[in-house]
Design a binder for this molecule. Structure first.
Ligand SMILES: [Ca+2]
Length: 363
């Protein structure tokens, strides 16, 4: 039986002692979180709401102006990210499941948050994943800014056997990382621009279901985490034009126990993951720790675990993972999103009907 520590109790781990506090609850399957310049947070809930949460955990009403989402299965309102110069332009970006001919797909939108935080104006759909298909699984997705005028989105391959092979096809957006300019236009130096049969937004191919993405401070490297099938969750270092292998090579097996694709874990022309989890952790959300509250955690990568109800802490050295620790398993909560606050605390969202916002601070 799991020991369930009370919120607020001191928890000792390998490198730090910390406490977990319940900041807010009654968020419905919260998904994405980012920090406003004043320390408040903007949070998405999968059914289609976006709200502001104060540093003390008070929830606002739903922000008006968010377009309709397909809130079914894994679909709905997904990630949210503020523009790196939000202070000047008030721009908010988010991903969601968008309806259309053929079913649904992941889309990326941008809007301008009113000064009072109550409304999004000038809402524009910057990108719609092609093709739209039926089914409610594997929408991805996460957003990351490089700070040099580009934004990246990690997308899913929509799960079903008929279409997952499109993850290998640069003419489809299924199972891709894409790169856009911040106005939604396509950068001329994207790797597939001008290639016959390819979609110009594509940055890297062969992904399954991307659930976390982050730039590494210091190196500027882009990392992503994606779900494997039965085994084979992956941490990948994302580079342009590179093929990450799905569904030809995988450390996992299909859910019926059969081998994936070639039956091999790696192969020529496919970039292997930097780290992989078998059995799976079902990762979602990640952040590099740069805060001042936990000096021993600086440079570590923290990744949420859904199925494993934990936060994975990875120690990184020269682009490699040198140690893994799993934190918070005893809480028994599915961790959907991980962010580092301006106070140096870790902020977590839990994927539950009564979703929590948790703060992990130094004890
Ligand atoms: Ca792979």
């Amino acid at each position: 039986m799991l020991f369930r520590p009370k919120f607020g109790a001191t928890i000792r781990s390998e490198r730090a002692a910390f406490r977990v506090d319940l900041l807010a609850e009654r968020l419905v399957h919260p998904w994405g979180l980012d920090f406003l310049p004043d320390g408040r947070m903007i949070v998405t809930e999968r059914p289609g709401r976006m709200r502001i949460v104060t540093a003390r955990g008070e929830l606002s009403h739903a922000i008006a102006g968010v377009p309709a989402v397909v809130a079914k299965g894994q679909g709905g309102l997904l990630d949210v990210a503020l523009h790196p110069r939000f202070v000047e332009n008030r721009l908010v970006f988010w991903t969601f499941s968008e309806a259309g001919p053929g079913g649904a797909s992941t889309a990326l939108a941008r809007g301008r948050l009113s000064e009072d935080g109550g409304r999004l104006a000038d809402v524009t759909i910057l990108f719609s994943q092609k093709p739209k298909i039926g089914g409610t699984y594997h929408f991805g997705s996460r957003i990351a800014f490089d700070g040099a005028g580009h934004l990246f989105a990690g997308l899913g391959e929509r799960f079903n056997d008929r279409t997952r092979g499109q993850a290998q096809d640069p003419g489809s957006h299924l199972g891709k990382v894409i790169r856009l300019n911040e106005d939604g236009s396509v950068p001329a130096d994207n790797p597939y621009v001008g290639r016959a049969g390819a979609l110009p937004e594509v940055w890297s191919i062969g992904h399954r279901n991307i659930q976390a993405m982050a730039f590494e401070p210091g190196t500027g490297a882009l990392w992503e985490v994606e779900h494997g099938p039965m085994g084979g969750d992956e941490l990948n270092l994302v580079r342009p034009g590179v093929n990450y292998g799905w569904p030809v090579v995988s450390y996992g097996l299909n859910y019926d126990g059969t081998k994936v694709g070639s039956g091999k874990a790696t192969g020529p022309g496919f970039e292997p993951p930097v780290w992989q989890w078998t059995p799976v952790i079902a990762p979602s959300g990640m952040a590099f720790y740069e805060g001042g509250a936990f000096p021993a955690w600086r440079g570590n990568l923290f990744i949420g675990g859904l199925a494993t109800t934990c936060v994975v802490r990875l120690e990184m050295e020269d682009g490699k993972v040198v140690h893994e620790e799993r934190l918070l398993r005893e809480l028994g909560l599915r961790i959907r999103e991980v962010a580092v606050g301006p106070d140096g605390a870790l902020y977590l969202l839990t994927d539950e009907d009564n979703g929590h916002l948790l703060r992990v601070s130094a004890a």
